[in-house]
Every structure is written in C-alpha cells, then in structure tokens.
Design a protein around this ligand. Sequence first.
Ligand SMILES: [Zn+2]
Length: 86
Amino acid sequence: MKTMPPLPGPDRLTQDAGPYGIAGTSRPLKKYAEQLARIESALARMEAGNYGLCTNCESRIALTRLKADPAIATCADCKEPENLTV
Ligand SMILES: [Zn+2]
C-alpha cells in the first residue's frame, strides 16, 4: 500500500509567508485585495457600459493605458497617485 504524499499544511504556509508572517503586516495580500477591487470595479463599469471612460472626468482612457492595465479607472490627466507604470 502506498503512503499519501504529505500535503502542504499550515507549517508550509507559515514558512512561505516569510518575514511578514500570516497575521503580521499583510502588505502583499493587501496589494492583491486592492488589485482585485480595481478589477471588480472595472467589471462593474463594463456592465454599466462606461468601461474605458475616466471615472474622474469621463473622457476616454487611452488604449495604451488600458492595454498596460485593463482595470485602470482614470485617464492620463487624472492618474491614480499609486499607479506608477503608465
Ligand atoms: Zn480623467
């Protein structure tokens, strides 16, 4: 009879969490949650039919910006302060 390979349990998760730990500063997770929120709001804008329009000034967001970040919510003039790439 074969023995089951050890499953990645809580011990492994704790190791992978690195210096931050699980309950500690969850910066990577927070970043993830923010990204998810942006994507969800982009999907909501798609449903509302105003995807690709700046949420601030309602002008059309440049295609290059949308390609670089499909969840982007603002045009180049109303750049989100944390958005460093475009
Ligand atoms: Zn704008």
